[in-house]
Design a protein around this ligand. Structure first.
Ligand code: FES
Length: 568
């Protein structure tokens, strides 16, 4: 029996006799009821991310079934396999800590199990980036099947969608405008269907970027989770995976520097999540493509915000779907995009755009000449407080606060923040800058979405709705406000953010792209010398691996040993 290099014969288990290995594998596969001719088909692995801890993926079993149907119809053998699933609000201390773990799981299972192509089903915040990080170096074709976004709900005539409205109502509750019963009623109406958050949060942003990169079938990013088109997209992804099986269109041929630049353009044009810059940097970093924040600034100045979606605008993801999906955004950006990039459908971007119908709802996707905002949604800041950079989502911030010099009010940790932020005696005014330390990637809290510091209750009750807030944490893509994030290096790794004290002056200038701590260097050195020793490192397990290997935000918070050895 000669060794075969495709289908079930790929990557045989080593018993010292390869013919025996194949015979044994086929015997075990036959025990699942497959006939001999079925076992000879090309194999398409389907990564199943169903989990009782992931509400956004509750319909994934249906998507697995539709994908399998597509694979079978096209003459392939679907083999469904589980991977880690990351449900955003069910993980402690934060899903971000486990993104790299999921990427390792995906990478290893794609390589260790016999398959000629794969469909990866993902959606909730960290799952799509984890899957692409894992797939970046796969030697087989891979298609991302996006789970799709939730439909909106309603309460007392008001339209609601997770999770921008979650935050809006919580802010009203904190300000005393809504009572306990009122917020309990809202709790049941914010998330009413399967799928990912209903606004342009991280999940929707990543869906748009994955389609832009060319890793998902064209037109699939914005289909709602519960729409029949989502099932058709699954079936088509399965069929297409069979066509690609054992071919040359592997992820590293699709995710090129030009494709990453296209994704950055789209990120800016959709007013996308700050998290996406981390994820895109990490995906690109696996392939040796550097994404310096200066690149983001260059593109940001020449890329308008084109879509009118929450949290920066008015509409929801289902409205983007009705407006024509991502296609109209790409068509508006056409002169700025690299049109030779390929996608998993086997088209160039130019061919894709030429084949699309031209309809668009201009209330949702604005023309390039009349954008929602004339410049991109994200901007990187540098300065003495952030030598390695920081991010501000200017499209979701208050322009009146863009040029600010003010007093810092510092919280040394998340615990300190929750203990004091609502203290009626807290010495804080509406014009102060709130600073949170030790919430970055190297901290024990592993960079949670805590950068959306609450407005102190006393100020919220007095009508203050926004303040400059600075941290080394992340922010949910569904949040809004004048919030500076990802300050690098972070406080836990010795960055200047950890040396700020209440009463220091900080200068923010969005026009100058600056973030400076106005304290003399010798004072900072004295503070550094007096600093308390850092907490002991975890002794074992994944948390030790995380602690020993985590990189900073400017490299996408990947692990040292997973990133390409020479990015850039
Ligand atoms: Fe899953 Fe928001 S909680 S995408």
């Amino acid at each position: 029996m000669a060794e075969r290099r495709s289908g079930l014969a790929r990557g045989l288990t080593n018993y010292g006799d390869m013919d025996f290995s194949l015979y044994l594998r086929r015997a075990n596969a036959a025990s699942m009821g497959y006939g001999r001719s079925t076992l000879d088909r090309p194999v398409v692995g389907i990564a199943d991310t169903t989990s009782g801890y992931n509400n956004c993926h509750r319909h994934v079993p249906e998507l697995v079934e539709a994908t399998s149907r597509g694979v079978l119809a096209a003459g392939g053998l679907p083999m469904v396999f589980p991977t880690i699933s990351l449900g955003e609000s069910f993980l402690s201390p934060t899903s971000m800590m486990f993104r790299n773990l999921m990427s390792m799981d995906t990478e290893e299972m794609l390589g260790a199990q016999p398959m000629d192509a794969a469909v990866l089903i993902g959606g909730c915040d960290k799952t799509l980036p984890a899957q692409l990080m894992g797939a970046a170096n796969a030697d087989i074709p891979v298609i991302s099947l996006i789970v799709g976004s939730q439909l909106t709900g309603h309460s007392e005539g008001e339209r609601l969608g997770a999770c921008t409205d979650c935050r809006r109502f919580w802010a009203r509750y904190r300000a005393g405008e809504i009572d306990r019963e009122g917020i309990a009623r809202i709790e049941e109406r914010l998330v009413t269907t399967a799928g990912t958050c209903a606004v342009m949060g991280t999940a929707s942003t990543m869906a748009c970027l994955v389609e832009t990169l060319g890793m998902a079938l064209p037109g699939t990013a914005a289909i709602p989770a519960v729409h029949a088109d989502r099932l058709r997209a699954a079936e088509a992804s399965g069929e297409r995976a069979v066509a690609l099986a054992s071919g040359e269109l592997v992820p590293r041929r699709i995710i090129t520097r030009d494709a990453v630049e296209n994704a950055l353009r789209v990120l800016l044009a959709i007013g996308g999540s700050t998290n996406a810059i981390l994820h895109l940097t990490a995906i690109a970093g696996r392939l040796g493509i550097a994404v310096p924040l200066e690149w983001l600034n260059e593109l940001s100045d020449t890329t308008p915000v084109l879509i009118n979606l929450k949290p920066t605008g008015e509409h929801y993801m289902e409205d983007l779907f009705r407006a024509g999906g991502l296609g109209p955004v790409l068509r508006e950006l056409r002169p700025l995009l690299n049109l030779a990039c390929e996608n998993v459908a086997g088209q160039t971007l130019e061919e894709r755009l030429a084949a699309e119908p031209g309809w668009v709802d201009r209330d949702v996707v604005r023309p390039f000449a009349d954008p929602v905002q004339p410049v991109g949604g994200l901007v990187a800041l540098f300065g003495s407080l952030a030598p390695g950079g920081a991010i501000l989502k200017r499209s979701a911030a208050d322009p009146a606060l863009f040029e600010t010099e003010a007093r810092a009010v510092v919280f040394s940790s998340l615990e300190d923040l929750s203990a004091r932020i609502d203290d009626p005696d807290l010495d804080v005014g509406a014009n102060d800058i709130l600073v949170l330390q030790n919430a970055g990637p190297a901290s024990a809290s592993a960079m949670p979405e805590a950068g959306y510091l609450p407005i102190p209750r006393r100020l919220a009750a007095a009508g203050v709705t926004d303040m400059v807030r600075i941290s080394d944490a992340r922010m949910s893509g569904t949040a809004y406000g004048t919030i500076v994030l990802h300050v690098t290096p972070d406080a836990a790794s010795g960055g200047p953010l950890g040396l700020v004290r209440t009463g220091d002056r900080i200068a923010l200038s969005v026009a100058q792209r600056r973030l400076d701590l106005l304290v003399a260097p010798e004072i900072l050195e004295r503070r550094r010398a007096d600093a308390a020793p850092s907490r002991p490192a975890p002794a074992r397990g994944y948390r030790k691996l995380y602690h020993d290997s985590i990189l900073q935000a400017d490299t996408g918070c990947d692990f040292t040993f997973l990133r390409h050895p020479s990015p850039g």
